[in-house]
Ligand binder design. Structure first.
Ligand SMILES: Cc1cc2nc3c(=O)[nH]c(=O)nc-3n(C[C@H](O)[C@H](O)[C@H](O)COP(=O)(O)O)c2cc1C
Length: 322
């Protein structure tokens, strides 16, 4: 019978790879999230309306970082294209907590995926208010703590010193049962030590890397190009550094890791999963291609199928060496 010679797609390639995964108790359809501050979901909602439900590229949405007070961000220029990367000194412009809760949250609630709110405080008290008031909203599935800012009281960047990170988590953990994801900065001497401190303080997951501190020089004047003087490097230029840090952190804690830094393809994403990440996030690539998250998810699915491996959980940690 002619039909028996015709192999089905599944017989040739194996069944579609199941990409579903759990992150700190949150069920995700696939392991590709966005990096905070790199995808404007409100603009996407405006552009696509209800159709966005079918084409939303990420399995959870991480908001741009919000602060207690509204911020205008840093003086321009704020961007510099580096070889294989981007230096930004955006400076966390946002409406502030009140503006976020009253104006942005009602829109973000319409997204078809769990919402993670990214918060940054300049003191423990600010962080406490941000966590307390955001976590109280039903629409918020989890909080991401952006600990790259200095503590105005101690002068230390809260995610650069293990004792600062532990002290912060000890204040925040009792405030909510919702997952707390600590976004680590790569600008720390001992990122593994900071990760261990976050775990000891009760964090549910870690995400990394944030941008690497960097400077661009204006060839015309010989002076720093960015209005703020310095900025943060992201994109493919940081990928190898990010892989090393993910590898280190995954080996030194038992927390799930959201790995990011220069991911542009399913192959890159697979590398992060092999280095110990549980899920990945896409940042700078979304500026080049707003649908990058969906493409990377599809490439990852295809890779999983063609390599014959099953669920995403099976691969996590294959390359752990640290
Ligand atoms: C323009 C821009 C804005 C960003 N804003 C934030 C932010 O608000 N909060 C945050 O935690 N990270 C922010 N990031 C860092 C990204 O979320 C991500 O950690 C970093 O860019 C590394 O990933 P990538 O190389 O895929 O971009 C920003 C990055 C860029 C390029």
């Amino acid at each position: 019978m002619a039909g028996s010679l015709k192999q089905t797609h599944d017989q040739r390639h194996g069944p579609p790879a199941d990409l579903s995964i759990e992150l700190a108790g949150i069920e995700l359809e696939h392991p590709v999230l966005n990096g905070s501050g790199t995808f404007d979901a409100i603009a996407a909602l405006r552009a696509f309306g209800p159709e966005l439900a079918d084409r939303f590229p990420f399995s959870a949405f991480v908001s741009k970082t919000i602060t207690v007070a509204p911020r205008g961000g840093n003086p321009p220029p704020r961007l510099w294209e580096a070889p294989a990367g981007l230096i930004n000194s955006i400076g966390l412009p946002n409406r502030g907590l009140e503006g976020f809760l009253t104006r942005d949250l009602p829109l973000l609630e319409r997204l078809p995926v769990p919402l993670v709110v990214s918060v940054a405080g300049f003191s423990h008290e600010e962080f406490m208010r941000l966590v307390d008031e955001s976590a109280a909203r039903d629409a918020v599935a989890a909080l991401e703590l952006n600990v790259s800012c200095p503590n105005v009281k101690s002068g230390c960047v809260m995610g650069a010193e293990p004792h600062e990170t532990l002290a912060l988590l000890q204040r925040l953990r009792p405030l909510t049962a919702k997952p707390l994801i600590v976004k680590l900065t790569p600008n720390a001497t001992d990122v593994g030590g900071v990760a261990e401190a976050a775990e000891a303080g009760g964090a549910d997951a870690l995400s990394l890397i944030n941008t690497l501190r960097s400077v661009a020089i204006d060839p015309g004047s010989g002076r720093p190009w960015l209005g703020a003087g310095s900025g943060g490097l992201s994109g493919p230029a940081v990928r190898a550094v990010a892989l090393e840090q993910v590898n280190t952190v995954a080996a030194r804690t038992s927390l799930p890791v959201v790995g990011m830094g220069g991911i542009r393809s399913g192959r890159d994403a697979l590398d992060f999963l092999a280095a110990g990440a549980t899920v990945v996030a896409v940042g700078t690539e979304s500026f080049r291609d707003p649908a990058a998250g969906a493409r990377i998810r599809d490439e990852l699915r295809e890779l999983r199928r063609s390599t014959g491996m099953g669920r995403v959980q099976d691969i996590a940690g294959d390359a752990r060496t640290a």
